[in-house]
Write a protein that binds this ligand. Structure first.
Ligand code: UT7
Length: 333
């Protein structure tokens, strides 16, 4: 289908969902050999939300989606496509996107999941942009939802202090030309895949007594390698997407980075010479919510009135894969 130049793809509405239960650093001190001081100084995280045992990814995704649909002033039946970015689907199949489709009654929508780790929301937006701008679809619902507490080894202090649960959603549709998602830059380096992975539960090592006993259905991470990758890619992915848009770091009004570690964000800000006031941070409250981090942060920044008409929003993420994604949006109120 020919590219339509009379409009751009843009975000029409956002929503998010966070479980109520807070797990503080003090709580973690009672669970593993750690301290509030270590966690805050090494990561910036003070507390995170943890879903109750009965809560599922599709439930959180559905709640976030309902709010985004309401915010966009459309109905579930208007939606043409649902994309859910998650690494913790309810089940291997059917997809979590199909479960959400049924939950919200989006009877006209196609639905699929993407598995891109923490870069999932930005990958989802870039897929949505293609479907909107080539005229295939009018409304695409992009949801990023992760419930990492269910795949966390609560005896591993290297990982259990980092993560939290949450979901964010955005309705992508047509906006006036000159506004909306100006460009994206997504990429992957599969060679680094084993720095952040869950060993069991797939075709390589199906679930068995031994895999459960050895806690192989949990996050395994080489933190230092991911840290090095993250600092580097936050910089390169930002420069690349800004170049594609003909913009410079100083043109950015609000920078919404993946909320993994304040030291990674500080390093990126320093390299890019971005001022602190332009950076949106909520990792102190929620920890790293994987794909949901950027989606929830965008929703919070909007609802807090931190984004005005015409503002340039820069979002950058990195994650399992290894993957990365950056996007620039010119906001249209
Ligand atoms: O979305 C992508 C997901 N992943 C990430 O973004 C992770 C990126 N990596 C990081 O954020 C950091 O590497 C971590 C926060 C995970 C770790 O920080 P670090 O400064 O790289 O610490 P380290 O791994 O070098 O460990 C330093 C020390 C070690 O002790 P020794 O060997 O020096 O005695 C660790 O055993 O800190 C110890 N340590 C802890 N101490 C208290 C590791 N975790 C903890 C903990 N509490 N929770």
């Amino acid at each position: 289908m020919p590219q339509n130049n009379t409009f751009k793809a843009g975000i029409l509405g956002t929503g998010s969902f966070l479980p109520e239960n807070k797990l503080t650093n003090k709580d973690l001190e009672r669970m593993v050999d750690t301290s509030d001081e270590w966690i805050v100084s090494r990561t910036g995280i003070k507390e995170r939300r943890i879903a109750p045992p009965s809560m599922t990814t599709s439930y959180m995704a559905t709640e976030a989606a309902k709010k985004a649909i309401e915010d966009a002033k459309i109905t579930a039946e208007d939606i043409d496509l649902i994309i859910v970015a998650t690494v913790v689907p309810d089940m291997n199949f059917p997809s979590t996107a199909c479960l959400v489709q049924a939950n919200i009654g989006a009877i006209n929508a196609a639905a699929f999941d993407i598995e891109v780790g923490c870069s999932g929301f930005i990958y989802g937006l870039s897929i949505a942009k293609q479907f909107i701008e080539n005229g295939t679809y009018k409304y695409v619902l992009v949801i990023a939802a992760d419930i990492l507490s269910k795949i966390t080894n609560w005896e591993d202090r290297n990982t259990c202090v980092l993560f939290g649960d949450g979901a964010g959603a955005a309705v992508v549709g047509q906006v006036e030309n000159g506004y909306g998602i100006l460009d994206n830059f997504i990429g992957a380096d599969g060679k680094g895949g084993m720095h952040l992975y869950m060993p069991a539960g797939g075709s390589r090592m199906p679930a068995c007594e031994e895999s459960v006993k050895n806690k192989l259905h949990t996050i395994h991470m080489n933190g230092q390698e991911v840290f090095k990758f993250a600092v580097n890619v936050m910089n390169t992915a930002t420069i690349e997407v800004l170049n594609r848009c003909g913009l410079k770091p100083e043109d950015v009004d609000i920078f919404i980075p993946h909320q993994a570690n304040i030291r990674i964000i500080d390093a990126a800000m320093k390299k890019l010479k971005l001022s602190k006031e332009k950076v949106f941070i909520n990792l102190d409250k929620y920890g790293n919510m994987s794909a949901a981090s950027v989606a929830v942060a965008l929703d919070e920044a909007l609802k807090a009135g931190k984004i005005k008409n015409g503002d340039i929003i820069l979002m950058v993420a990195f994650g399992a894969g290894l993957t990365w994604g950056s996007t620039v949006i010119k906001w249209l109120e």
